[in-house]
Structure formats: structure tokens, C-alpha cells
Design a protein around this ligand. Structure first.
Ligand SMILES: C[S@@+](CC[C@H](N)C(=O)[O-])C[C@H]1O[C@@H](n2cnc3c(N)ncnc32)[C@H](O)[C@@H]1O
Length: 189
């Protein structure tokens, strides 16, 4: 799937209005602190992670698309790393927060990613999600779009996402359900 994002990478930010609003929604539930190490998994060009620069100790943006990582590296203050959620280049229990914005459904090996995120998070560390909700009309529209482009996405309803992460020792709270997307936080037990 990287090739689709490689092509989109140079214009990715321009295609997204409301990035600051998305960040504010994440910020409300994440409770970032100045000492936090944060990994933006599937963070693309750093569209959301850029708002964290100066607010936390470290921001690592991990993405398997070379085009996205190239764009990300143009931004100051971000550590942009080529790679996937299945192998996060961080030590065990070393990360305070992970953000996953419009990204979890793009990961093909989702179970491996869940285990890997659990491995790198400190006990009490959190994953903050923004995901499309396949139960809403807006979410269905995105599903059809990604199906037409053969993106291989696997979408989760809020309940299914909560179930999956609960089965892997996370406490999950779905925080905000919009017309298209929802926000959730999964805390490593
Ligand atoms: C829709 S974009 C979102 C990018 C960014 N989170 C944002 O909101 O601007 C989805 C991203 O997921 C990435 N992705 C695809 N497979 C992945 C994987 N296995 N692990 C991590 N990221 C992946 C893609 O390369 C792409 O940059």
C-alpha cells in the first residue's frame, strides 16, 4: 500500500483541512506531558505529529511509505523513521504514548501491530486513535473509496476495536463518536 501514499505524499497536507482540530481532539484525551516519548505510528508526513514539537520530549514518526517519510523529514523537530507498526524501533516499555490517526485500518498485520505497540509502551502508556467508523454514513463512504482503490483496509467499529485491544491487556475507552470518525484511548494495563 505504500505506493499509494508515496504518490499522495507531496500533497497530503493540502488534501486535509482540519488537521489542527484533529490534533486538539487527540490532545484532550492524551494528556501529553513535557517528558513524554511519543510515537506516531503510520504518522505519514507528520501532519499531526508536527503539533507535538516543543510540547513533549521526543516525537518519532514511523511510516512504511518512503514518500511520506521524505516529506516528514522536511519538518523540524520530528524523528521520521521508515518502517511499519509490526516492528517498532523502540525498546520494551520505553514509550509513553502512541498516536494512530487514520492509520490502524491501513495496517495489514494488525495483530502483530497490537502486540508490538503493547511491547514498546510503558505500563500505563496509552494509544490514542482516530479511526473511521464503519457504522456511520461517512465511514461507509471512506470504506467504499478505499475498497475501490484496493487499499486492503480493515475497519473496526468502536466496539470491535475495544474488544480487540481489551483481549491484549489494554483498557479501552471510546471517547468521541462523530459522523464519520471516532476517537478512542487504549491504556496498557
Ligand atoms: C491515511 S494515512 C495517515 C497518515 C497520518 N497518520 C495522518 O493522519 O496524516 C495512513 C498511513 O498509514 C501508513 N501505513 C500503511 N501500512 C502501515 C503499517 N503496516 N504500519 C504503519 N503505518 C502504515 C501509510 O503509509 C500511510 O502513511
Amino acid at each position: 500500500m505504500s505506493s499509494f501514499f508515496d504518490i499522495l505524499a507531496p500533497v497530503y497536507d493540502v488534501l486535509h483541512i482540519g488537521s489542527r482540530r484533529t490534533f486538539r481532539n487527540i490532545e484532550k484525551i492524551a494528556e501529553f506531558t513535557p517528558v513524554d516519548v511519543v510515537v506516531d505510528v503510520g504518522g505519514g508526513a507528520g501532519r499531526i505529529a508536527r503539533f507535538l514539537v516543543g510540547r513533549v520530549a521526543r516525537v518519532i514518526v514511523l511510516d512504511p511509505s518512503e514518500g511520506m517519510v521524505r516529506q516528514c523529514r522536511k519538518r523540524e523537530g520530528l524523528e521520521c523513521v521508515l518502517g511499519g507498526a509490526e516492528k517498532i524501533p523502540c525498546d520494551d516499555s520505553s514509550v509513553d504514548k502512541i498516536i494512530l490517526v487514520d492509520a490502524f485500518h491501513h495496517i495489514s498485520a494488525q495483530l502483530a501491530a497490537v502486540r508490538e505497540m503493547r511491547r514498546v509502551l510503558k505500563p500505563g502508556g496509552k494509544i490514542i486513535f482516530e479511526e473511521f467508523n464503519p457504522e456511520t454514513l461517512g465511514g461507509k463512504y471512506v470504506m467504499v473509496f478505499e475498497w475501490l482503490f484496493r487499499m486492503g483496509s480493515t475497519f473496526y467499529t468502536p466496539a470491535a476495536l475495544a474488544r480487540l485491544f481489551s483481549e491484549h491487556d489494554f483498557e479501552v475507552r471510546v471517547v468521541n463518536r462523530g459522523r464519520k470518525a471516532y476517537y478512542a484511548v487504549a491504556r496498557r494495563v
